[in-house]
Write a protein that binds this ligand. Structure first.
Ligand SMILES: Nc1ncnc2c1ncn2[C@@H]1O[C@H](COP(=O)(O)OP(=O)(O)O)[C@@H](O)[C@H]1O
Ligand SMILES: O=C(CO)[C@@H](O)[C@H](O)COP(=O)(O)O
Length: 469
């Protein structure tokens, strides 16, 4: 049996799956937590990867490894290859002003959409680099190369020597690589940072990033008898999720992780001048229009904490309250927001009365508010998909699964709980070994279908509350 490993180095944790190349069957897996916060020393990702790999039984018997990771994070390296400062993550909003300035300087959002398929907000790497130039000029001067979390981890796995590589999917989240042209826009990088540092080479969907030379968190890998494992190009976590869940044109995937995302596989690049839809590339040579929110599964974590219950109990409470929570509405902008672009927003509760001041109503309002927010993201894509697939940690909640179709006004499919980002990375690694025009056809497991009568008042009341601020 030939094995491959897929990694998901996401915001809250690192997950590793080891799968059989032929069938895709799960052989073993492991995970480890990441530190809290919106700026993180990349070394912490390396340590967590080491722990997750150890829990997944190591990498000595795998033939290829692929790393998928949270998108956009700014990793700046000095001339010795050391990180210049902690990485600023996708959900760090300090670069919001820098994004506004960049948009103005180029002549407005439509110019950015035309140039790179997306309009920068605080999340994009290009905005973070402008922030760095303005607020930490010494660090900006010491920066000789810039890369993303998955690029950096793959480079470390390759022994931290030689060139850094990325892929189309992750490059498309920088704000200085054009998915339509397949080229860096170094003019935009120059305008943001005041210089053009070294950039990762952009690999094709099944082009190798080198060989596994280092064991994360520990000593150099002992070369197995048959030679070192290959490193796949890796990609951003949403692109890997699309691969892992087997998304095809005609599907919309809604992911409820730290971020909320709604995305679709497309044959052509897109350029939304409103900035709501980011025009990303995917991991197969296609495109991945995507809407991202800053607030998703952690809205449930926050509600559970407020109520002093665990997530299972939160779900039970939510299901025990009436649809619409008796008029109690939660607008869940707990970390500011990205779509809509309100980086300084805070969350709010509307419609509190004596009758709605119960744990059940509050739990229901949190679930419904999070789902309304995701339904707005789904609508922004402007698609009428044949299938809506719900994935991510939040989709493990029975309450979320059962309330989602009432809010979305259509049935949703929930694939078996799993690590779809890490699975997608593993599938990319298997593709690297197998060759061919398309990734290997792995069974993706059965999906549960959830249906409910639409309750349009939930979204009507949410829209009213959202506009009240
Ligand atoms: N049974 C559950 N019910 C509700 N939420 C859950 C459950 N299990 C996990 N989660 C949520 O999943 C989130 C993590 O999702 P995940 O997709 O792993 O995030 P990320 O990949 O961004 O790190 C946590 O914030 C947690 O609230
Ligand atoms: O910024 C985006 C997409 O543009 C986020 O989706 C990040 O890629 C983080 O993902 P998770 O850790 O929530 O999976």
């Amino acid at each position: 049996m030939t094995l491959v490993a897929g990694v998901d180095s996401s915001t809250q944790s690192c997950k590793v799956v080891v799968r059989d190349t032929e069938t895709g069957a799960l052989v073993r897996q492991g995970r480890a937590a990441h530190p809290e916060g919106t700026e993180v020393d990349p070394e912490a990702w390396w340590t967590a990867l080491g722990e997750a790999v150890a829990r997944a039984g190591g990498l000595d018997d795998v033939a290829a490894v692929s790393v998928a990771a949270q998108q956009h994070g700014m990793v700046c390296l000095d001339e010795s290859g050391n990180v210049v400062r902690k990485a600023l993550l996708w959900n760090d909003t300090r670069s919001a002003r820098a994004a506004v300035d960049l948009v103005d300087e180029l002549g407005g959002p439509a110019k950015w959409a035309e140039a790179v398929g997306s309009v920068p907000v605080a999340s994009f790497t290009v905005s973070k680099l402008r922030w760095l130039a303005e607020h930490e000029p010494d660090n900006a001067r010491r920066t000789v190369s810039v890369c993303l979390p998955h690029d950096w981890l793959t480079w470390r796995l390759g022994g931290a020597s030689g060139e850094i590589a990325t892929d189309r999917g992750d490059a498309s989240g920088t704000g200085y690589w054009s998915p339509a042209a397949g080229e860096y826009r170094t003019d935009l990088l120059q305008a943001a940072l005041g210089s053009v540092p070294g950039l990762p080479r952009v690999l094709g969907p099944r082009e190798s990033a080198g060989e596994l030379r280092a064991r994360p968190g520990g000593t150099d890998a002992a070369a197995p008898a048959r030679g070192p494992a290959l490193l796949a190009p890796g990609t951003g976590d949403n692109m890997a999720a699309a691969l892992g869940v087997g998304a095809r044109p005609g599907d919309v995937v809604v992911s409820i992780g730290t971020s909320g995302t709604a995305f679709a596989v497309a044959e052509r690049p897109n350029a939304d001048p409103t900035g709501a839809v980011a025009g990303f590339a995917d991991a197969t040579g296609r495109f991945l229009p995507l809407v991202c929110t800053l607030n998703a599964a952690r809205v449930l974590d926050a509600a559970a904490r407020l109520l002093g219950v665990d997530l299972d109990r939160l779900g039970e409470l939510a299901l025990s309250a009436p649809a619409g929570a008796g008029g109690l509405v939660c607008v869940p902008y707990l970390e500011g927001e990205r779509t809509p672009n309100l980086p300084d927003a805070t969350g709010s509760l509307h419609g509190l009365t004596l009758a709605t001041s119960t744990p059940a109503h509050l739990a229901r309002a949190a679930v419904e508010g999070m789902l309304c927010h995701l339904a707005d993201a789904f609508d922004a894509l402007g698609l009428d998909p044949a299938r809506v697939l719900l994935i991510g940690g939040g989709a493990r909640s029975e309450a979320v699964r059962r309330i989602a179709p009432a809010v979305f006004g259509r049935p949703v499919l929930v694939p078996e709980p799993g690590e779809y980002v890490a699975d997608g990375a593993a599938r990319q690694a298997a593709w690297l070994l197998a060759g061919g025009d398309e990734p290997p056809a792995w069974e993706t497991g059965r999906a549960g279908r959830y249906e409910a009568d639409a309750v349009p008042e939930i979204r009507t009341r949410y829209a009213e509350a959202r506009h009240q601020g």
